[in-house]
Design a protein around this ligand. Structure first.
Ligand SMILES: Cc1cc2nc3c(=O)[nH]c(=O)nc-3n(C[C@H](O)[C@H](O)[C@H](O)COP(=O)(O)OP(=O)(O)OC[C@H]3O[C@@H](n4cnc5c(N)ncnc54)[C@H](O)[C@@H]3O)c2cc1C
Length: 336
Protein backbone atom coordinates (compact mmCIF):
# COMPACT_ATOMS: atom_id res chain seq x y z
CA UNK A 1 0.00 0.00 0.00
CA UNK A 2 1.40 3.42 -0.86
CA UNK A 3 1.68 5.93 1.98
CA UNK A 4 -0.23 9.21 1.97
CA UNK A 5 1.47 11.85 -0.14
CA UNK A 6 3.19 14.49 1.98
CA UNK A 7 2.67 18.08 0.74
CA UNK A 8 5.93 19.50 -0.54
CA UNK A 9 7.17 22.99 0.39
CA UNK A 10 6.14 24.12 -3.13
CA UNK A 11 2.57 22.91 -2.54
CA UNK A 12 2.42 24.84 0.74
CA UNK A 13 3.75 28.02 -0.90
CA UNK A 14 1.21 27.70 -3.73
CA UNK A 15 -1.62 27.35 -1.22
CA UNK A 16 -0.41 30.39 0.74
CA UNK A 17 -0.23 32.43 -2.49
CA UNK A 18 -3.74 31.38 -3.44
CA UNK A 19 -5.11 32.34 -0.04
CA UNK A 20 -3.24 35.66 -0.01
CA UNK A 21 -4.57 36.57 -3.46
CA UNK A 22 -8.07 35.48 -2.55
CA UNK A 23 -7.84 32.75 -5.13
CA UNK A 24 -10.09 30.27 -3.30
CA UNK A 25 -13.20 30.41 -5.41
CA UNK A 26 -16.71 29.41 -4.36
CA UNK A 27 -19.52 28.88 -6.79
CA UNK A 28 -21.74 31.92 -6.31
CA UNK A 29 -24.74 31.94 -8.63
CA UNK A 30 -25.04 34.99 -10.82
CA UNK A 31 -27.80 37.31 -9.58
CA UNK A 32 -29.39 37.56 -13.03
CA UNK A 33 -29.55 33.74 -13.25
CA UNK A 34 -31.13 33.58 -9.83
CA UNK A 35 -33.72 36.19 -10.71
CA UNK A 36 -34.43 34.38 -13.99
CA UNK A 37 -34.88 31.09 -12.14
CA UNK A 38 -37.27 32.76 -9.70
CA UNK A 39 -39.21 34.12 -12.66
CA UNK A 40 -39.66 30.52 -13.83
CA UNK A 41 -41.58 29.60 -10.64
CA UNK A 42 -45.30 29.02 -11.21
CA UNK A 43 -47.04 31.44 -8.87
CA UNK A 44 -50.55 32.65 -8.00
CA UNK A 45 -49.00 36.07 -7.47
CA UNK A 46 -45.97 37.55 -9.20
CA UNK A 47 -42.46 38.98 -8.87
CA UNK A 48 -41.85 42.61 -9.68
CA UNK A 49 -38.55 44.32 -10.33
CA UNK A 50 -39.59 47.93 -10.89
CA UNK A 51 -40.84 48.66 -7.35
CA UNK A 52 -37.59 47.66 -5.63
CA UNK A 53 -37.00 51.24 -4.47
CA UNK A 54 -40.27 51.28 -2.53
CA UNK A 55 -39.24 48.06 -0.80
CA UNK A 56 -35.91 49.67 0.13
CA UNK A 57 -37.59 52.23 2.40
CA UNK A 58 -38.94 52.02 5.92
CA UNK A 59 -40.37 54.35 8.55
CA UNK A 60 -36.94 55.15 10.00
CA UNK A 61 -35.77 56.51 6.62
CA UNK A 62 -32.19 55.77 7.64
CA UNK A 63 -31.51 52.50 5.78
CA UNK A 64 -32.09 51.87 2.12
CA UNK A 65 -31.15 48.38 0.97
CA UNK A 66 -32.19 47.72 -2.62
CA UNK A 67 -33.65 44.22 -3.19
CA UNK A 68 -33.25 42.30 -6.45
CA UNK A 69 -36.97 41.49 -6.59
CA UNK A 70 -40.25 41.92 -4.73
CA UNK A 71 -42.58 38.96 -4.36
CA UNK A 72 -46.30 39.80 -4.32
CA UNK A 73 -47.60 36.44 -3.11
CA UNK A 74 -51.09 35.36 -4.16
CA UNK A 75 -51.00 32.31 -1.87
CA UNK A 76 -49.03 30.71 0.94
CA UNK A 77 -47.58 28.28 -1.60
CA UNK A 78 -46.03 31.25 -3.44
CA UNK A 79 -44.13 32.16 -0.28
CA UNK A 80 -43.18 28.52 0.32
CA UNK A 81 -42.03 27.93 -3.28
CA UNK A 82 -39.86 31.05 -3.25
CA UNK A 83 -38.20 30.31 0.09
CA UNK A 84 -37.69 26.67 -0.99
CA UNK A 85 -36.02 27.83 -4.21
CA UNK A 86 -33.66 30.12 -2.29
CA UNK A 87 -32.93 27.32 0.21
CA UNK A 88 -32.08 24.96 -2.67
CA UNK A 89 -29.50 27.45 -3.99
CA UNK A 90 -27.47 26.55 -0.93
CA UNK A 91 -25.31 28.44 1.51
CA UNK A 92 -23.10 29.91 -1.21
CA UNK A 93 -26.00 31.88 -2.66
CA UNK A 94 -25.98 35.58 -1.76
CA UNK A 95 -29.78 35.75 -1.90
CA UNK A 96 -31.62 36.64 1.31
CA UNK A 97 -35.36 36.86 1.91
CA UNK A 98 -37.17 39.38 4.15
CA UNK A 99 -40.87 39.54 4.94
CA UNK A 100 -42.23 43.06 4.76
CA UNK A 101 -45.36 43.99 6.69
CA UNK A 102 -46.27 47.68 6.62
CA UNK A 103 -42.58 48.69 6.58
CA UNK A 104 -42.82 50.58 9.89
CA UNK A 105 -39.46 49.27 11.12
CA UNK A 106 -36.89 51.92 11.90
CA UNK A 107 -33.62 50.26 10.86
CA UNK A 108 -34.14 48.28 7.68
CA UNK A 109 -35.39 45.09 9.37
CA UNK A 110 -37.89 44.46 6.58
CA UNK A 111 -35.36 45.05 3.77
CA UNK A 112 -33.12 42.59 1.88
CA UNK A 113 -29.98 43.91 0.15
CA UNK A 114 -29.85 42.29 -3.30
CA UNK A 115 -32.39 39.73 -2.10
CA UNK A 116 -36.13 39.17 -2.19
CA UNK A 117 -38.67 41.19 -0.21
CA UNK A 118 -41.96 39.36 0.35
CA UNK A 119 -44.77 41.90 0.41
CA UNK A 120 -47.03 40.30 2.99
CA UNK A 121 -49.88 42.78 2.44
CA UNK A 122 -50.40 41.22 -1.03
CA UNK A 123 -51.06 37.88 0.63
CA UNK A 124 -53.58 39.50 2.97
CA UNK A 125 -55.37 40.93 -0.06
CA UNK A 126 -55.74 37.47 -1.66
CA UNK A 127 -59.39 36.45 -1.31
CA UNK A 128 -58.67 33.01 0.13
CA UNK A 129 -56.80 34.57 3.07
CA UNK A 130 -59.64 36.57 4.60
CA UNK A 131 -59.89 37.39 8.31
CA UNK A 132 -62.10 34.72 9.93
CA UNK A 133 -63.75 35.28 13.31
CA UNK A 134 -64.79 32.34 15.52
CA UNK A 135 -67.13 32.91 18.51
CA UNK A 136 -67.93 30.39 21.22
CA UNK A 137 -66.31 29.71 24.57
CA UNK A 138 -62.78 30.59 23.40
CA UNK A 139 -63.33 33.26 20.77
CA UNK A 140 -60.49 33.82 18.35
CA UNK A 141 -59.67 35.22 14.92
CA UNK A 142 -57.59 33.70 12.13
CA UNK A 143 -55.80 36.58 10.42
CA UNK A 144 -53.33 36.61 7.52
CA UNK A 145 -49.79 37.61 8.56
CA UNK A 146 -49.91 40.62 6.23
CA UNK A 147 -53.24 41.97 7.50
CA UNK A 148 -53.33 45.36 9.24
CA UNK A 149 -54.55 45.28 12.85
CA UNK A 150 -57.10 48.00 12.04
CA UNK A 151 -58.78 45.61 9.56
CA UNK A 152 -58.68 42.76 12.08
CA UNK A 153 -60.44 45.03 14.58
CA UNK A 154 -63.14 46.05 12.07
CA UNK A 155 -63.90 42.39 11.34
CA UNK A 156 -63.99 41.26 14.98
CA UNK A 157 -66.18 44.21 16.01
CA UNK A 158 -68.87 42.91 13.64
CA UNK A 159 -69.13 40.02 16.12
CA UNK A 160 -68.90 42.21 19.24
CA UNK A 161 -65.36 40.91 19.86
CA UNK A 162 -61.87 42.43 19.93
CA UNK A 163 -58.29 41.23 20.45
CA UNK A 164 -57.20 41.50 24.09
CA UNK A 165 -53.81 43.13 23.56
CA UNK A 166 -52.94 45.96 21.19
CA UNK A 167 -50.38 48.39 19.88
CA UNK A 168 -51.30 52.08 20.10
CA UNK A 169 -51.07 52.52 16.37
CA UNK A 170 -53.13 50.04 14.34
CA UNK A 171 -51.74 50.48 10.82
CA UNK A 172 -49.14 47.78 11.47
CA UNK A 173 -49.41 44.18 10.28
CA UNK A 174 -50.18 41.12 12.36
CA UNK A 175 -46.91 39.43 11.30
CA UNK A 176 -44.91 42.64 11.80
CA UNK A 177 -45.89 43.24 15.44
CA UNK A 178 -45.88 39.53 16.35
CA UNK A 179 -42.28 39.45 15.10
CA UNK A 180 -41.51 42.14 17.68
CA UNK A 181 -43.78 42.05 20.76
CA UNK A 182 -46.77 44.37 20.33
CA UNK A 183 -47.04 46.53 23.42
CA UNK A 184 -49.70 48.93 24.62
CA UNK A 185 -51.80 49.82 27.65
CA UNK A 186 -53.39 46.35 27.96
CA UNK A 187 -50.02 44.55 28.30
CA UNK A 188 -49.97 44.89 32.12
CA UNK A 189 -53.09 42.70 32.23
CA UNK A 190 -52.93 40.40 29.18
CA UNK A 191 -49.23 40.52 28.30
CA UNK A 192 -47.98 41.83 24.93
CA UNK A 193 -49.61 40.69 21.68
CA UNK A 194 -47.19 37.74 21.41
CA UNK A 195 -48.72 36.32 24.62
CA UNK A 196 -52.19 36.26 23.08
CA UNK A 197 -51.57 33.99 20.09
CA UNK A 198 -53.01 30.46 20.04
CA UNK A 199 -51.46 29.20 16.83
CA UNK A 200 -49.31 30.24 13.87
CA UNK A 201 -48.92 29.05 10.31
CA UNK A 202 -45.31 29.53 9.24
CA UNK A 203 -43.24 29.09 6.10
CA UNK A 204 -39.93 27.82 7.46
CA UNK A 205 -36.47 28.56 6.07
CA UNK A 206 -36.67 25.32 4.09
CA UNK A 207 -39.90 26.43 2.44
CA UNK A 208 -42.18 24.08 4.38
CA UNK A 209 -45.60 25.21 5.62
CA UNK A 210 -45.88 24.31 9.30
CA UNK A 211 -48.63 24.87 11.87
CA UNK A 212 -47.30 25.47 15.37
CA UNK A 213 -48.62 26.32 18.81
CA UNK A 214 -47.80 25.87 22.49
CA UNK A 215 -48.60 22.16 22.07
CA UNK A 216 -47.34 21.42 18.54
CA UNK A 217 -43.90 22.45 17.19
CA UNK A 218 -43.57 24.70 20.22
CA UNK A 219 -39.88 25.55 19.54
CA UNK A 220 -40.83 27.11 16.22
CA UNK A 221 -43.88 28.83 17.77
CA UNK A 222 -41.89 30.57 20.49
CA UNK A 223 -38.95 31.34 18.19
CA UNK A 224 -41.15 33.03 15.59
CA UNK A 225 -43.01 35.16 18.18
CA UNK A 226 -40.68 38.12 18.65
CA UNK A 227 -38.24 36.54 16.17
CA UNK A 228 -37.94 39.47 13.69
CA UNK A 229 -38.70 37.13 10.79
CA UNK A 230 -35.51 35.11 11.38
CA UNK A 231 -37.29 31.81 12.11
CA UNK A 232 -39.83 31.77 9.30
CA UNK A 233 -42.55 33.84 7.70
CA UNK A 234 -45.86 34.07 9.58
CA UNK A 235 -48.62 33.54 7.02
CA UNK A 236 -51.50 33.20 9.51
CA UNK A 237 -52.02 33.86 13.20
CA UNK A 238 -54.82 32.65 15.48
CA UNK A 239 -55.39 35.43 18.00
CA UNK A 240 -57.43 35.26 21.23
CA UNK A 241 -60.45 37.59 21.46
CA UNK A 242 -62.67 38.97 24.23
CA UNK A 243 -65.99 40.84 24.23
CA UNK A 244 -65.33 44.34 22.90
CA UNK A 245 -66.02 47.13 25.40
CA UNK A 246 -69.26 49.01 24.72
CA UNK A 247 -68.14 52.37 26.15
CA UNK A 248 -64.80 53.64 27.37
CA UNK A 249 -63.89 56.44 29.74
CA UNK A 250 -60.55 57.89 28.62
CA UNK A 251 -58.35 59.94 30.93
CA UNK A 252 -54.94 61.59 30.58
CA UNK A 253 -53.03 62.73 33.65
CA UNK A 254 -49.99 65.00 33.27
CA UNK A 255 -47.00 65.03 35.62
CA UNK A 256 -43.94 67.22 35.85
CA UNK A 257 -42.30 64.96 38.45
CA UNK A 258 -40.94 61.61 37.25
CA UNK A 259 -41.05 59.84 40.62
CA UNK A 260 -44.68 60.70 41.30
CA UNK A 261 -45.54 59.59 37.77
CA UNK A 262 -43.87 56.14 38.09
CA UNK A 263 -45.19 55.64 41.64
CA UNK A 264 -48.75 56.28 40.46
CA UNK A 265 -48.34 54.02 37.43
CA UNK A 266 -46.97 51.15 39.51
CA UNK A 267 -49.70 51.61 42.12
CA UNK A 268 -52.43 51.52 39.47
CA UNK A 269 -50.95 48.45 37.75
CA UNK A 270 -50.63 46.59 41.06
CA UNK A 271 -54.18 47.42 42.27
CA UNK A 272 -56.76 44.70 41.98
CA UNK A 273 -59.61 47.01 41.02
CA UNK A 274 -58.05 49.26 38.45
CA UNK A 275 -58.26 50.65 34.92
CA UNK A 276 -58.47 48.41 31.83
CA UNK A 277 -55.71 50.28 30.01
CA UNK A 278 -52.69 51.91 31.65
CA UNK A 279 -49.88 53.41 29.65
CA UNK A 280 -47.22 55.91 30.63
CA UNK A 281 -45.17 58.00 28.27
CA UNK A 282 -42.74 60.91 28.17
CA UNK A 283 -43.31 64.03 26.07
CA UNK A 284 -41.65 67.35 25.44
CA UNK A 285 -44.22 70.10 25.14
CA UNK A 286 -42.31 71.66 22.28
CA UNK A 287 -44.98 71.98 19.67
CA UNK A 288 -47.95 73.06 21.73
CA UNK A 289 -48.95 69.42 21.94
CA UNK A 290 -51.08 70.07 25.02
CA UNK A 291 -53.35 72.38 23.01
CA UNK A 292 -54.15 69.47 20.71
CA UNK A 293 -55.15 67.49 23.75
CA UNK A 294 -57.62 70.04 25.07
CA UNK A 295 -60.51 67.60 24.77
CA UNK A 296 -58.72 65.43 27.35
CA UNK A 297 -58.94 68.12 30.00
CA UNK A 298 -61.74 69.99 31.72
CA UNK A 299 -61.81 73.81 31.73
CA UNK A 300 -60.88 73.90 35.43
CA UNK A 301 -57.82 71.66 34.94
CA UNK A 302 -54.52 73.51 35.54
CA UNK A 303 -53.26 72.90 31.99
CA UNK A 304 -56.19 74.95 30.65
CA UNK A 305 -55.79 77.67 33.25
CA UNK A 306 -52.15 78.22 32.15
CA UNK A 307 -50.96 77.45 35.68
CA UNK A 308 -49.02 74.55 34.27
CA UNK A 309 -45.79 76.10 33.01
CA UNK A 310 -44.76 73.43 30.55
CA UNK A 311 -43.44 74.90 27.28
CA UNK A 312 -40.28 73.07 26.21
CA UNK A 313 -40.23 70.98 29.38
CA UNK A 314 -40.18 67.22 29.69
CA UNK A 315 -43.54 66.01 30.93
CA UNK A 316 -44.89 62.60 31.85
CA UNK A 317 -48.33 61.37 30.97
CA UNK A 318 -50.47 58.52 32.21
CA UNK A 319 -53.11 57.44 29.75
CA UNK A 320 -55.91 55.43 31.34
CA UNK A 321 -59.17 53.92 30.19
CA UNK A 322 -61.97 52.09 31.93
CA UNK A 323 -64.57 49.99 30.10
CA UNK A 324 -68.30 50.25 30.78
CA UNK A 325 -71.52 48.71 29.53
CA UNK A 326 -74.34 50.92 28.19
CA UNK A 327 -76.35 50.56 31.42
CA UNK A 328 -73.43 51.97 33.44
CA UNK A 329 -73.33 55.36 31.71
CA UNK A 330 -74.51 57.25 34.79
CA UNK A 331 -71.81 55.81 37.08
CA UNK A 332 -68.86 56.35 34.67
CA UNK A 333 -67.80 59.67 36.18
CA UNK A 334 -68.09 58.39 39.73
CA UNK A 335 -66.13 55.15 39.20
CA UNK A 336 -63.28 56.59 37.17
C1 LIG B 1 -45.82 55.17 14.10
C2 LIG B 1 -45.45 53.89 14.80
C3 LIG B 1 -46.15 53.50 15.93
C4 LIG B 1 -45.82 52.34 16.61
N1 LIG B 1 -46.53 51.99 17.72
C5 LIG B 1 -46.20 50.87 18.40
C6 LIG B 1 -46.91 50.49 19.57
O1 LIG B 1 -47.80 51.18 20.04
N2 LIG B 1 -46.55 49.34 20.18
C7 LIG B 1 -45.55 48.53 19.69
O2 LIG B 1 -45.29 47.49 20.28
N3 LIG B 1 -44.85 48.88 18.58
C8 LIG B 1 -45.15 50.01 17.94
N4 LIG B 1 -44.43 50.37 16.83
C9 LIG B 1 -43.35 49.47 16.38
C10 LIG B 1 -43.95 48.41 15.47
O3 LIG B 1 -44.64 47.45 16.22
C11 LIG B 1 -42.85 47.65 14.71
O4 LIG B 1 -42.07 48.57 14.00
C12 LIG B 1 -43.47 46.63 13.76
O5 LIG B 1 -42.47 45.77 13.30
C13 LIG B 1 -44.07 47.31 12.58
O6 LIG B 1 -44.93 46.42 11.90
P1 LIG B 1 -44.89 46.35 10.33
O7 LIG B 1 -46.10 45.61 9.89
O8 LIG B 1 -44.67 47.69 9.74
O9 LIG B 1 -43.60 45.41 10.15
P2 LIG B 1 -42.30 45.62 9.24
O10 LIG B 1 -41.60 46.85 9.67
O11 LIG B 1 -42.65 45.50 7.81
O12 LIG B 1 -41.46 44.33 9.69
C14 LIG B 1 -40.91 44.28 11.00
C15 LIG B 1 -40.08 43.02 11.18
O13 LIG B 1 -40.93 41.89 11.18
C16 LIG B 1 -40.62 41.02 10.08
N5 LIG B 1 -41.91 40.61 9.52
C17 LIG B 1 -42.89 41.37 8.98
N6 LIG B 1 -43.93 40.61 8.63
C18 LIG B 1 -43.60 39.33 8.96
C19 LIG B 1 -44.26 38.09 8.85
N7 LIG B 1 -45.49 37.99 8.33
N8 LIG B 1 -43.63 36.98 9.29
C20 LIG B 1 -42.38 37.05 9.83
N9 LIG B 1 -41.72 38.21 9.97
C21 LIG B 1 -42.32 39.33 9.53
C22 LIG B 1 -39.80 41.86 9.10
O14 LIG B 1 -38.95 41.07 8.33
C23 LIG B 1 -39.06 42.76 10.07
O15 LIG B 1 -37.97 42.11 10.63
C24 LIG B 1 -44.74 51.53 16.14
C25 LIG B 1 -44.01 51.92 15.00
C26 LIG B 1 -44.36 53.10 14.34
C27 LIG B 1 -43.56 53.49 13.15
Amino acid sequence: MRGAMKPSIVHCLKLLMLLALGGVTMHVPDEDDVVASLGALRLDGHFSFDDAHAAARDFGNRCSLLPAAVLHPGSVSDVAATVRRVFQLGRSSPLTVAARGHGHSLLGQSQAAGGIVVKMESLAAAAARAVRVHGGASPHVDAPGGELWINVLHETLKHGLAPRSWTDYLHLTVGGTLSNAGVSGQAFRHGPQVSNVNQLEIVTGRGEVVTCSHEVNSDLFYAALGGLGQFGIITRARIALEPAPKMVRWIRVLYSDFETFTEDQEKLIASEKTFDYIEGFVIINRTGILNNWRTSFKPQDPVQASQFQSDGRVLYCLELTMNFNHDEADIMEQVS
